[in-house]
Write a protein that binds this ligand. Structure first.
Ligand code: BGC
Ligand code: ZN
Length: 377
C-alpha cells in the first residue's frame, strides 16, 4: 500500500510502498484511512528535529491525527463494526510493570518515557491506506461529523487540559455554579475569564471548548484582526486580540482578572511573558512544545510572588486519554450544531496523498491542512 514516510538518516520524505497490515490477533481491527491532519509536530518531524522510526526501520510512516473506516474485525472485537468511522489514539504504553499510568491505561501520563506514539515515536502512523490496531485504541465517531472528525486529536489536547482544570481547581471554591443550584443551567465557567495564546488549530479548538464551558474568552495571536482566524473567534462569541496592535499588558488591563490561560503557541517567550498577567486563583496551562531552546530572561521574583500571593497553578499537558477522545467526539457534535461555519472553517485545505509535499514541506498556510486518502464506502 502507499504511505508517506520520513527517512531521518537520509533526510528525505517520500511516498513509499509499505506492507499492507494484517489482523494478527482477535482483538484487532483493520481500518481504511479516510483523512489525516497535518500539524506542527509533523513539520518538526519532516525537518528531522523530532520523530523516530520503529527499531530497525529506515523510515517512519507519518501522521497521528486520524479518521478511518473499519473494514474488518477480529473474532473477539465487540465495540466496533465494519463501516464505523473511527479515530485511532496516538500513544501506546511502555512495557515496564512499574509504570503506574501505563498499567492503568493512561500512557498519556507514562512515567518512564518509553511510551511509543503512532506517527511520531517508534511506531508507524496513519498517512497510509490501511492501519491495523487493537480495538481498545479506537473511538467511534458519528458519520454525520465526517467533515470534521479529523479534528478530534487536536481537540483532545484541550479536552485533557480541561478535565484537569476542573480537577485541580477543586483545590478551592472555583467552579461558577459550585454551591448554588444554577437554575438557569449556565455552564460551569460562565463567571470566569480565559485567554488563549495562539490561534492555530489547537488554540481555536481550545477557545471553542472554553466557550462551550461559558468562559468569557479572548484569543491573543500575532495575525492582524479581520482575518479568517478572528472571524472564527467572533463566530464562537469570543474576542480576538491581535498581538500586532495590542500589547499583552493592554489585553490584561482590558480583560480584568484572568482566571485561565491556555497556551497553544509553542513559543516560550510569548508564553512566559504572559505569565505575570495570570489573575488571582488562576490556572495556566502549557500545551506547546517549543522548537527553540535558547535561554530567556524572566521576572522570577514577580512570578514567584504571584504564584504564592495569588494562589496560582501552572501545569503542562500532553497527549490524551480515552475520556478526552470520547469528550472530543461529543464536543465536535456540539460545536457543529452551535458554530457550523467556524468549525468547518478550521480545515482550510485538503490534499491527495501524492501532493503531500505542499502540506508537509511548504511553509504553513491556512489553519488546518489535511491529507485525504480514501472516500468512505
Ligand atoms: C500530539 C501529541 C503528542 C505530542 C508529542 C502532538 O502533536 O498531538 O499526541 O504526544 O505531539 O509527541
Ligand atoms: Zn498533532
Amino acid at each position: 500500500m502507499r504511505a508517506i514516510a520520513v527517512f531521518p538518516k537520509e533526510r528525505a520524505v517520500r511516498l513509499v510502498d509499505h506492507p499492507d497490515p494484517r489482523i494478527e490477533s482477535p482483538t484487532q481491527v483493520k481500518i481504511r484511512m479516510l483523512e489525516v491532519g497535518v500539524c506542527g509536530t509533523d513539520h518538526e518531524i519532516v525537518t528531522f528535529k523530532y520523530g523516530t522510526p520503529p527499531p530497525g526501520d529506515k523510515y517512519l510512516v507519518l501522521g497521528h491525527e486520524s479518521l478511518g473506516q473499519v473494514i474488518d474485525v477480529g473474532d473477539k472485537v465487540t465495540r466496533v463494526h465494519p463501516g464505523d468511522h473511527v479515530v485511532i489514539m496516538v500513544r501506546r504504553p511502555c512495557p515496564h510493570p512499574y509504570c503506574i499510568p501505563c498499567r492503568a491505561g493512561r500512557q498519556d501520563f507514562c512515567s518512564t518515557g518509553d511510551y511509543q506514539e503512532r506517527g511520531i515515536k517508534q511506531r508507524h502512523g496513519f498517512m497510509c491506506e490501511y492501519v491495523v490496531d487493537d480495538e481498545k485504541y479506537l473511538h467511534v465517531a458519528p458519520p454525520d461529523l465526517r467533515e470534521v472528525t479529523v479534528l478530534t486529536e487536536p481537540l483532545t489536547i484541550a479536552e485533557k487540559s480541561m478535565i484537569q482544570v476542573w480537577e485541580v481547581q477543586e483545590r478551592l471554591p472555583w467552579e461558577c455554579r459550585m454551591d448554588m443550584k444554577d437554575e438557569e443551567g449556565r455552564p460551569r465557567g460562565y463567571c470566569h475569564k480565559a485567554v488563549v495564546l495562539g490561534a492555530g488549530p489547537v488554540g481555536l479548538l481550545g477557545a471553542m471548548l472554553l466557550r462551550k464551558f461559558g468562559f468569557d474568552t479572548y484569543v491573543y495571536s500575532r495575525e492582524a484582526a479581520g482575518g479568517a482566524r478572528s472571524k472564527i473567534v467572533e463566530e464562537i462569541g469570543g474576542q480576538y486580540v491581535s498581538a500586532a496592535s495590542t500589547k499583552s499588558e493592554e489585553l490584561a488591563r482590558q480583560a480584568g482578572n484572568i482566571d485561565l490561560v491556555y497556551e497553544a503557541t509553542g513559543a516560550s517567550k510569548l508564553s512566559f511573558d504572559f505569565l505575570p498577567y495570570l489573575g488571582v486563583n488562576g490556572v495556566f496551562i502549557f500545551t506547546g512544545v517549543p522548537g527553540r531552546r535558547e535561554p530567556l530572561a524572566v521576572p522570577t521574583g514577580e512570578i514567584m510572588r504571584d504564584l504564592v500571593l495569588k494562589n496560582q497553578i501552572v501545569f503542562g499537558s500532553v497527549n490524551a486519554g480515552p475520556q478526552a477522545y470520547s469528550e472530543a467526539i461529543k464536543d465536535l457534535g456540539e460545536f457543529s450544531r452551535r458554530w457550523p461555519e467556524a468549525l468547518a472553517g478550521l480545515i482550510t485545505q485538503r490534499f491527495p496523498m501524492e501532493d503531500f509535499e505542499t502540506p508537509l514541506l511548504d511553509p504553513p498556510a491556512g489553519i488546518k491542512r489535511v491529507i485525504s486518502i480514501w472516500d468512505e464506502e
